[in-house]
Design a protein around this ligand. Sequence first.
Ligand code: UDP
Ligand code: MG
Length: 162
Amino acid sequence: RAAPRSIVASAVEQSYIMIKPDGVQRGLVGEIISRFEKKGFILKGLKLFQCPKDLAQEHYKDLKEKPFFPKLIDYITSGPVVCMAWEGDGVVASARKLIGATNPLQAEPGTIRGDLAVQTGRNVVHGSDSPDNGKREIGYQCLPQLRVLVLLLASFQVAAAS
Ligand code: UDP
Ligand code: MG
């Protein structure tokens, strides 16, 4: 028997793209969004958001043992970020190519970091590194009430299917 289909998750791949505080402060929001629009991906959600420390730590939890982790959390929480969900087949890997290497000095010209940044610690934009992490990172942006509703609906679905 097929597993029950998720009620709210998009069937199409999504990537969480976040313009970091330096990108917002430097006035690069339009430039960065336009690169994803011109490529042809679909913008499914967008908000300006002051990320609290605990959410920044959760978002970057895979890096919590790294020496730069405290500075990374200070950076991400230093000002508003622009949170976006972009959708399309292959969007996760393609967005990573559009963004370029983590160290902007190694990022190819033509990429966002290659064209617009010089420091790893101020590299203007985040992109999910896998479709599963895309779902996880976009999930953090759901309203808490919506998450409760989804859990309730999912439990009804499981009950109905069994
Ligand atoms: N970072 C840093 N110093 C490093 C490596 C990473 O400050 O030596 C920061 C940088 O902002 C980077 C983020 O931590 O974008 C997440 O690191 P990751 O290796 O996941 O790079 P990304 O996926 O953003 O290219
Ligand atoms: Mg990463």
